[in-house]
Design a protein around this ligand. Structure first.
Ligand code: UD1
Length: 423
């Protein structure tokens, strides 16, 4: 089993480049399957993380040809894709494969998949995905004896769809399904995350007619054909935010390259409340944290442009060592406070009541043996360990590796004492 061993207390300093966004590349890797032509699709800035490698396996299992041309450049041919069943094993490993539902349905008129797996952060239903596809004309049948859900419709038809909640995945799934639907589809109360704008951008470059992404109203005019293109995904705002938390936990001063500061506004605003100085210069973000962060009144996770749920755990880890008491409210997912138990092993003072956590900052966290229970909980433990006194070992790296490419390398480059060991 691999672990990180981290010796806390080193102030982070230096420059680091942020790679492509996990939450952008995953739907983009589904979108490429809409290309029925023989043209190649080239994707740049693709992070080599476990979720991406898994998605590539799924694409290959469907008949796509996918090759790395460079360390972060993928070349994909999808003309020979001829399978519409996603193997249960692959689907179980990665919830994001749920995007493939709309794509395969619209390409083949049918799709078969098992209920998706993914992070252990509470039940993650797919009712909004299914309702949206049904509104486009899909017939959905459960095949419980085989453990599959089967959806079919010879050709989807545009519809007006209102989402009860602005789900990121449901918005992306319906958007992709509607690309080949007859007529016009509108999605209202759509999610507004930057990754949805990125998806609109790649689809339109391929020849789709989508507009409105980034607002709560998206309009898709169905087309008959898409073609190959070259595309670079946006930088990962969650990785950037994690680095900012690492800098804050260590009183550091770092520069982030390849970031879109507008995607990080909610995070920047909160970090400024802790006393950090943050400025933008030429597409780079410069963060100078105080020796010890100040507590913040409240951090409330919300759909974009609110504070992202994916940074709630890293933010809590940083606040665990802040001066004063902070309140953290998780509004997006149920049971997304698993990291609190592990942080307590490091002497954090955290009380949880339902969706609310009260974090009383201690002057110094202490190193301990801790385990990541999911991706962002793992990132939180790394943030805490960097600011803690003594040595911390972080187990469960398979979760962290789902979403961070060479995290230890990036942190080492900033002066952290972190190594990956196999024991
Ligand atoms: C995406 C991100 C994830 C992020 C989340 C919220 C990807 C690959 N993952 O996940 O990192 O934490 O957005 O920003 O982009 N819900 C339903 N029914 C549904 C769908 C969702 O009730 O059919 C609920 C979920 O249980 C959850 C909330 O809606 O409570 C938000 O989920 P959603 O926005 O769909 O997140 P994901 O797309 O799964």
């Amino acid at each position: 089993m691999e672990k990180f061993v981290i010796n806390g207390g080193s102030r982070l300093e230096g420059t680091v480049r942020i790679g492509g966004a996990k939450n952008s590349i995953l739907p983009v890797l589904a979108a490429v399957l809409l290309n029925k032509s023989g043209d190649e699709i080239i994707l740049n800035d693709v992070p080599r993380i476990r979720d991406v490698l898994m998605m590539i396996e799924i694409l290959r299992s469907l008949g796509a040809k996918v090759a790395w041309e460079d360390s972060n450049r993928l070349v994909i041919y999808t003309q020979d894709v001829n399978i519409y069943t996603i193997e249960e094993q692959l689907m179980r490993e990665m919830r994001s494969s749920v995007f493939l539902m709309g794509v395969l349905l619209t390409r083949f008129g049918q799709v078969r998949f098992s209920h998706p797996g993914g992070c252990a952060i509470g039940p993650r239903p797919i009712d909004l995905h299914l309702k949206g596809l049904e509104a486009l004309g899909a017939r959905i049948r459960e095949q419980p004896e085989q453990g599959y859900i089967y959806a079919s419709c010879p050709r989807l038809t545009g519809a007006d769809i209102h989402l009860d909640y602005p789900s990121v995945g449901a918005t992306e799934n319906i958007l992709m399904a509607a690309v080949y639907a007859r007529g016009v589809t509108t999605i209202s109360n759509a999610a507004k995350e930057p990754e949805i704008v990125d998806l609109q951008n790649i689809l339109n470059k391929m020849g789709a007619r989508v507009r409105g992404a980034g607002t709560d109203q998206i309009r898709i005019e169905g087309v008959n054909q898409l073609s190959g293109i070259e595309f670079s995904v946006i930088p990962d705002r969650i990785v950037a935010g994690t680095m900012m938390m690492c800098a804050s936990a260590t009183g550091g001063e770092i520069v982030l390259e390849n970031v879109i500061p507008a995607h990080l506004e909610a995070v920047t605003a909160k970090l400024r409340e802790t006393g950090a100085q943050i400025r933008e210069d030429n597409g780079r973000l410069h963060i100078a944290a105080p020796c010890r962060p100040r507590a913040v009144n409240t951090v409330r996770t919300l759909p974009h442009p609110g504070f992202p749920t994916d940074l709630q755990a890293p933010m809590m880890a940083m606040l665990a060592g802040a001066d004063g008491t902070s309140v953290v409210i998780e509004n997006v997912f149920d049971s997304r406070f698993k990291h609190a138990d592990e942080l307590r092993r490091m002497n954090a003072q955290i009380i949880i009541d339902g969706r609310t956590a009260v974090v009383r900052g201690v002057s110094r966290l202490t190193g301990a043996a801790v385990t990541a229970s999911d991706l962002r909980a793992g990132a939180a433990l790394v943030v805490a360990a960097l600011g803690a006194e003594g040595e911390t070992s972080v187990d469960g790296l398979q979760h962290i590796d789902r979403g961070y490419e060479n995290l230890e390398g990036q942190l080492k480059q900033l002066g952290a004492q972190i190594r990956r060991i196999n024991d």
